[in-house]
Design a protein around this ligand. Structure first.
Ligand SMILES: Cc1cc2nc3c(=O)[nH]c(=O)nc-3n(C[C@H](O)[C@H](O)[C@H](O)COP(=O)(O)OP(=O)(O)OC[C@H]3O[C@@H](n4cnc5c(N)ncnc54)[C@H](O)[C@@H]3O)c2cc1C
Length: 614
């Protein structure tokens, strides 16, 4: 029996369980200890928090810093900025809450040893843009992880969390989580009074532009498997804005970031004929979205839109004009270093394709869509807002608590609040943790109870793919195609193809419509049926299987939301061909969904957008 025979069940009790030790999870772990001195705080992570999450490789800039100490920006300014970029739809209460606290997080990072560049003339942090400050960020994640490690009672690395557990004594209350150790195969049961999910967004739900052996190269971290969405969805938490997927304009083939190039190096783009093209699409875009095109800065999706249309019109490729800026040796150094701290792969791609940006203007492209709640889009869970600021309709409990009692979230997990980035995600983790500590102390003795039956059933379910493989493998003599099981890579590619072709991926130029979405849902349902047949050769493949389960659930959510919103709110992110125009009269609202795991149904509804800041 080997691996199966040796499997242990490990029980861990916690007051607060933090799932995912990325930026939000580290913030949550750190702050839980600050407010809950005597509490048992456990952080569980599928990789190792030292280098996990989207920030694992390091960053070159912290993208959310107000600079209130120097009067540079106020929290209200950031809310206005995010609202404008999201075409009017953000949770202003949540955004304001992060913005008013984010500077203090950044100051802590500096205290903990993160080198932040300074403007030699003013002594202030070196700005890359209005909201960004520049850092020597190769060790950003280890620095933040160290603070979390010291704060946690225990950190469990290499545990893939697959499901949340619900309280058997009280409906709609969370009681913990289960998962397995990806190295030993041990089964873990975490029993907790409160759970904070910080499990990152979703890459690889749409087919990537990179193919073959390069398939793992995506903009968003390939290990971001949508657990932040799937875990709450499975237990009936409401989600919001899941249709609001993000498409990035990036350097071609390496997905290298362009922010520092535009903002700091002052480079600009041109079409294949060497012409400026964005302004040509002004009238066309105005037709679709009205006055939003006149807003400053131009919303990110609309800039993508001009790019996509120009390429469709046959005037690609779009290039970044670097030849001028790179004549300045300082700028040339900054240009390269920008990749070395964050996306080394882009420098390697340029080297391998004979691109020296001093002599050749490199190509840009628009990426496949991703789902995330902390970058320039705001997919995620519907959360209660801050007591002192949120409108009554946005408050049903503790700050950042989802619609499931005791279940909190932060970072990519929480919807409605774009542009939090690394610092804002960490800050939101802190906010959620403070509220979770209060939730636990208010709970008194009536703590949640885990059902033995529930976790035993889940154990069987979780390890079933290994059994499927063990038995089914005997039916074939060679190769990977079996009549009895499907490997995770097969399932992943099928998912990506469905999402790409029916839900607005690159192969349709981000276009979809009612019929395509409904057909996509049919195919996703068939994939779901086949998920029972997954075969996992080893623990690594078992992890891939559960990541696929999470990606699939996140994808279903995206598809239902996209179908529900009958307008094109964000041209450049996706298009509803049957509703090509932005429709403020009917759709200036949030979309909410709730999945019922007993029936498999998705309920959709609208929620109002309150503009708190003028
Ligand atoms: C390519 C890219 C570039 C970026 N550039 C910048 C930048 O320049 N500046 C900036 O400020 N921000 C930047 N960001 C944004 C920033 O990285 C994110 O906002 C931030 O990391 C989100 O924090 P999070 O905790 O929600 O997710 P993450 O930091 O990604 O953490 C999620 C964690 O959950 C773990 N996890 C996932 N699933 C499970 C599971 N099932 N069980 C257990 N653990 C799990 C993951 O391993 C990971 O450690 C960038 C993001 C990306 C993707």
């Amino acid at each position: 029996m080997g691996l199966f025979g040796g499997r242990k069940t490990v029980f861990v009790d916690a007051d607060i369980l933090v799932i995912g030790g990325g930026m939000a999870g580290c913030g949550a772990t750190y702050e839980s200890r600050y407010w809950g001195r005597d509490l048992k705080i456990v952080c569980v992570e599928k990789a190792n928090i030292e280098r996990s999450g989207a920030v694992a490789q390091g960053l070159y800039a912290i993208n959310c810093y107000m600079g209130m100490q120097w009067g540079e920006n106020q929290p209200e300014d950031h809310v206005r900025y995010a609202r404008n970029d999201l075409m009017g739809l953000v949770r202003e209460d949540l955004g304001y809450d992060i913005a008013r606290h984010v500077d203090s997080s950044v100051h802590m990072f500096e205290e903990w040893g993160l080198p932040i560049m300074k403007d030699p003339k003013t002594g202030r942090y070196q700005r890359e843009g209005k909201w960004q400050i520049m850092i020597h960020g190769e060790s950003y994640k280890p620095i933040v992880a160290e603070a979390a490690r010291k704060a946690a009672t225990e950190v469990y690395n290499r545990i893939m969390v697959t499901h949340l557990l619900m309280d058997k004594t009280k409906a709609n209350r969370v009681a913990g989580a289960v998962g397995f150790n990806v190295r030993t195969g041990d089964f873990y049961v975490f029993r907790a009074k409160a759970v904070i999910v910080g499990a990152g967004g979703a890459s690889h739900i749409f087919k990537p532009r990179s193919v073959g052996e390069g398939m793992g190269r995506t903009w968003y971290a390939p290990w971001s498997s949508g657990s932040a969405y799937a875990l709450p969805i499975q237990v009936g938490a409401k989600m919001t804005q899941m249709e609001n997927r993000i498409v990035l304009t990036r350097f071609k083939d390496g997905y290298g970031p362009v922010g520092a190039y535009f903002l700091h190096l002052k480079t600009y783009t041109q079409n294949g004929n060497g012409e400026e093209y964005e302004s040509k699409w002004y009238d066309h875009t105005k037709e679709l979205v009205g006055d939003y095109i006149d807003h400053h800065p131009v919303p990110t999706c609309l800039r993508n839109h001009a790019f996509i249309e120009e390429v469709k019109a046959g005037r690609g490729p779009i290039r970044m004009v670097t030849k001028e800026a790179f004549q300045d040796p300082h700028k040339e150094t900054v240009g390269w270093e920008n990749f070395l701290g964050m996306t080394i792969g882009q420098a390697v791609v340029w080297a391998s394709q004979n691109i020296d940006p001093k002599h050749i203007n490199p190509e840009l492209t628009t990426s496949e869509p991703y789902v995330m709640g902390s970058h320039a889009t705001c997919s995620g869970a519907w959360a209660s807002g801050p007591e002192d600021y949120a409108p009554a309709e946005y408050q049903w409990g503790y700050n950042r608590m989802m619609t499931v009692d005791g279940l909190f979230g932060a970072g990519d997990t929480i919807g409605g609040t774009a542009h939090k980035f690394s610092s804002g995600s960490f800050t939101e983790g802190r906010i959620a943790a403070k509220a979770a500590v209060r939730y636990v102390s208010d709970m008194g003795k009536g703590q949640p109870q885990v059902s033995e039956q529930e976790y035993q059933d889940l154990e069987r379910l979780i390890f079933q793919p290994m059994e499927n493989y063990r038995v089914g493998r005997n039916e074939i003599t060679a190769g990977t195609v079996s009549p009895s099981y499907l490997l995770p890579i097969h399932g992943l590619q099928r998912l990506e193809k469905i999402m790409d072709e029916y839900v607005g991926g690159t192969s349709t130029n981000y276009m979809t419509n009612d019929q395509m979405l409904n057909r996509g849902l049919e195919l996703l349902t068939m994939l779901r049926e086949d998920m029972k047949r997954m075969g996992a050769e080893d623990l690594h493949q078992l992890q891939r299987t559960w990541e696929l389960h999470h990606r699939l659930l996140a994808s279903e959510s995206v598809t239902h939301h996209t179908l529900f919103r009958e307008e094109t709110r964000w041209p450049g992110y996706y298009y509803r061909g049957d509703h090509m125009k932005l429709d403020d009269q009917n759709w200036h609202c949030f979309t909410l969904s709730r999945y019922d795991r007993n029936t498999g149904n998705w309920e959709m509804e609208k929620a109002p957008v309150y503009h708190i800041i003028d």
